[in-house]
Design a protein around this ligand. Sequence first.
Ligand code: PMT
Length: 398
Amino acid sequence: MLKNKTIILGVCGGIAAYKAVELLRLLTRSGADVHVIMTRSAQQFIAPLTFQTLSSHPVHTALFNLIEEDEIGHISLADRADLFIIVPATANIIGKIAGGIADDMLTTTVMATKAPVLIAPAMNVNMYRNRLYQENEEKLRRFGYHFVAPVSGRLACGWEGEGKLAAPEAVFEAAVGAVTPQDLAGRVILVTAGPTREEIDPVRYISNHSSGKMGYALARAARRRGARVLLISGPTALPIPEGVEVINVISATEMLTAVMAHVDECDAVIKAAAVADYRPVTRCETKIKKQGDVISLEMTKNPDILALLGSRQRRPFLAGFAAETDNLAGNAEQKLKAKNLDMIIANDVSQEDAGFNVDTNRVLLFFKEGAGEQCELMSKAQLADVILDALGARLPTR
Ligand code: PMT
């Protein structure tokens, strides 16, 4: 993701400066080499030592003490950057950059860099709505600068409204997006994830061990690659990936309704959800009482969502999963044909490090045209990109 990327983190003077510390932790944790520049006002809010300790590099605060190793500091730093992030960005710094002013270490380095620049503004709501500010932001957007919009809420100045710095996680996602090729931009991808629950009575249900990890990894990766992502999720304990639109469902029937409501908007559907094949014929309105030693439950077949999609005349690219405990390749290829899919991802769920409720997976990919690919054990995050590479290469051009 951000492994071995050189990132400059510019911190300006605002009460939200402390949130730049959390962002720095997220960036370094994901393997980035982060160099921090602080403006003079930023140092009124937080000490450089905090950033120095967490980035393992000295913090740059002044323009004129940076002639290092025969190099001009702000130029060499600007040249080395893969990404420049400014958090929090004040109206002042945005105005200066938009006006071409370079009078301190931060503005000079921004001016000198060829790396993508990501700006996360934070300010009073009236400053944010001021036409001067809005025009500066618009100008920078036109020039290719990326922005993470501030959110609404109670501001440090006491006002209520837009201007609150976006969450560090949202800025982190935008940072990943800014250095990720946007090969799925303009595409709409629907991902289903997690288990379904089929209720027996008000306190009991039938379900499976799906955690949603595989589907959420796909949704996150597709969003990072620029797609609009609709995530239809059964019950999971996972946080919603940034920028992904989520629709929560419980049962297979609810999942079917949600999928059918959105399928016509989509370029591709990826069905990572573990949908229950059967549900109880009737759901008891009251808790079933303990009776004899054995009870039986009558079950009826759930609709096969993927097969229904495959039978449509006009349909998006369809990628299914096959969760198997035996005859992995044979069963998967049979499902690919029977459900009229473009692609199937077969995982052997009897293995401890693959399939349900683990962070890794090991799969076979099969395609409609007859090709196949074996993917050795990798993280679900890595596998999501492998699946999206294969899917992206097969989406019809528009
Ligand atoms: O969520 P995790 O813990 O990360 O686990 C990931 C996973 C094991 C759930 C995932 O990798 C996976 O294999 N998902 C599909 C599980 C499954 O239901 O497989 P299946 O072979 O029973 O179904 C084949 C395909 O048909 C699947 O894409 C499924 O979503 C779809 N299906 C199945 C039944 C049904 N009624 N409707 C469907 O659409």
